[in-house]
Design a protein around this ligand. Structure first.
Ligand code: TYD
Length: 207
């Protein structure tokens, strides 16, 4: 039986990494066969694309080029890592996925859903996530917690207005796909957030 694909999404600094670490420890404890991966990245070629995308020196990159590179990294990552693991019946947990392209490139950059969905059609048609955990924390709250943006990270330099649009993107996706989306209040303690995540994933038969 094909494994399940769970993705984690949210604004930069929403607390995703902490939750992924907690989930990793939990799955190990439970003896669940799983694979952790991330986008952009998760393989040799897609990690090389990641370096181009996130490098602060590439400020002149066009929005279209950015969207296409995320989609290219995704297709390679699906081929190298996600698809084989799912075929082996493993649970795949992915730190960001196609919804990040919709929130960042379609909504925040303003490229629109039609374009972003069309270049991600391979991922969208065959490998839509079984569940998407959205850690709901606004960029204002996230920035306060993180105490400023990383000056070397091209996307984090984009500013508050951009990140507010990213948040609005995730918010509207969560409203549009309530069955797939698990919205968790990111203002809670890490332990409380994690309890909500596990409960919701169990309810969706993903754990
Ligand atoms: P990363 O340092 O992994 O950030 P985070 O820990 O917040 O996930 O960098 C990934 C960045 O790439 C992040 O700012 C979101 C962005 N991104 C897109 O703009 N589009 C995409 O399709 C994906 C997967 C990520």
């Amino acid at each position: 039986m094909r494994g399940k694909l769970i993705t984690f999404e949210g604004c930069d600094g929403c607390g995703k990494s902490t939750q992924l670490k907690m989930l990793s420890a939990y799955l190990q404890e439970q003896g669940v066969q799983h694979v952790f991966t991330r986008e952009p990245g998760g393989g040799k070629i897609s990690e090389a694309i990641r370096e181009i995308l996130l490098n602060g020196k590439n400020a002149e990159m066009t929005d279209e080029c950015e969207a296409l590179l995320y989609a290219a990294a995704r297709v390679q990552h699906l081929h190298d890592k996600v698809e084989p693991a799912l075929q082996e019946g493993k649970l795949v947990i992915c730190d960001r996925y196609v919804d990040s392209s919709l929130a960042y490139q379609a909504y925040a950059r303003g490229l629109g859903e039609t374009f972003v969905e069309s270049i991600n059609a391979f991922a969208l048609q065959n490998y839509l996530p079984d569940a998407t955990v959205f850690i709901d924390l606004t960029p204002e709250e996230a920035f306060l917690r993180k105490k400023g943006a990383d000056e070397n990270d091209r996307l984090e330099q984009a500013g508050l207005a951009f990140h507010k649009r990213v948040y609005e993107g995730f918010d509207s996706l969560a409203k549009r796909y309530p069955k797939r989306y698990i919205r968790v209040d990111g203002k809670q303690t890490p332990a409380e957030i994690f309890a909500d995540v596990v409960k919701a994933l169990k309810e969706r038969n993903c754990l």
